[in-house]
Design a protein around this ligand. Structure first.
Ligand SMILES: NC(=O)c1ccc[n+]([C@@H]2O[C@H](COP(=O)([O-])OP(=O)(O)OC[C@H]3O[C@@H](n4cnc5c(N)ncnc54)[C@H](OP(=O)(O)O)[C@@H]3O)[C@@H](O)[C@H]2O)c1
Length: 299
């Protein structure tokens, strides 16, 4: 059995749609069906259902809230919850696919350089980055077979994200300012969902992978570039500004561009972020992420 945790989230919903299209059976659970922080429930679920593959899409993702009122719950979900799933996977012999983040990297990386998949010192600068890093460590310690995929700047049809924010702002603003000094790469949830299943289906070497959408050789991408591409067919003007103009509780990495070498070496083809964005917008199927029945075995 394939288990998807956090199945109502942005990525979990995308993965459900992908498996539906392929006619693959799975069990999608969100917190109501399987609270990953409840170790006894997780163990009982695994004993009863013996999943063979677990796509862990459950997480605490409120990055700024995690700096204060979300600190305790963030640690509970991203560290304890991840550990519960990893230890249960190890016990029943399931493969765990975990989604981690560019936020585990906090150190200074000059523009034009990329974080490697392995061997980097992480030094997260936010609670979210810290707890996701501890989640990675808990998986390593569990002994489970794992794929930890670090991603960034996730967008797609099924959750609040930067693309929707920009499109909504453009309805009421003739001009929008967007930061031009945080560097990275956007990731379409569809590309990520395809990569998650690709690693499992091809029995790729376990370990760490990075997956964002690709960029042209030497191309540097900032949030301003992303916004300009999203709004290029609208009348709204996008203007670059410094991060100093946007006070946020959690520190953001200055450059979180991640190497895609390992992902590419598996043979997986990664679309550019521009192609991915325009494919997503062309599909125009912006279903809300709570529209599907969850907690039932489908297909
Ligand atoms: N979004 C990004 O830009 C980004 C960037 C890098 C990495 N990631 C990682 O990508 C993964 C997917 O992110 P996403 O954007 O799909 O996040 P999301 O939309 O916030 O989805 C997370 C899901 O987990 C559920 N959940 C929370 N606590 C749970 C618990 N105790 N037990 C079971 N489920 C629980 C949430 O339910 P509720 O909504 O009811 O709380 C939600 O449905 C996460 O691991 C995230 O850290 C995201």
């Amino acid at each position: 059995m394939i288990l998807i945790t956090g199945g109502n989230g942005q990525l979990g919903t995308e993965l459900c749609h992908l498996l539906d299209e392929r006619g693959v059976k799975y069990f999608a659970a969100d917190v109501a069906e399987l609270d990953i922080t409840d170790k006894a429930s997780v163990d009982a679920f695994f004993d009863k259902n013996e999943p063979t593959v677990v796509y862990n899409c459950a997480a605490y993702t409120a990055v700024d809230k995690e700096e204060d009122e979300g600190k305790v719950i963030g640690e509970k979900i991203n560290v304890d919850g991840t550990r519960n799933i990893a230890e249960a996977c190890a016990r029943v012999g399931a493969t765990m696919v975990q989604i981690s983040t560019d936020y585990v990297f906090g150190g200074y990386l000059p523009v034009g350089k990329e974080w490697n998949e392995d061997g980097e010192e992480k030094h997260p600068v936010s609670e979210y980055g810290r707890t996701k890093d501890l989640g990675e460590q808990a998986i390593e310690a569990s002994g489970a077979k794992f794929y930890i995929i670090r991603t960034a700047w996730l967008f797609g049809s099924y959750g609040p994200n930067f693309v929707f924010t920009m499109l909504n702002l453009a309805k009421t603003h003739a001009e929008i300012t967007v930061v031009n000094d945080q560097h990275g790469r956007p990731t379409w949830s569809r590309t990520l969902a395809e990569f998650m299943t690709y690693l499992v289906d091809t029995d790729a070497a376990p370990g760490y992978y990075h997956l964002t959408n690709d960029a042209a050789a030497g191309e540097d991408v900032t949030w301003f570039d992303f916004a300009a591409e999203i709004l290029k067919d609208t009348d709204t003007v996008v203007k670059p500004v410094s991060s100093e103009n946007f006070a946020a509780k959690a520190k953001r990495p200055f450059n979180s561009t991640m190497s895609l070498k390992k992902a590419k070496a598996t043979g997986f083809e990664i679309p550019t972020w521009q192609d991915a964005l325009h494919q997503m917008l062309a599909i125009g199927d912006l279903r809300p992420n709570k529209d599907m029945e969850k907690g039932t075995l489908r297909k």
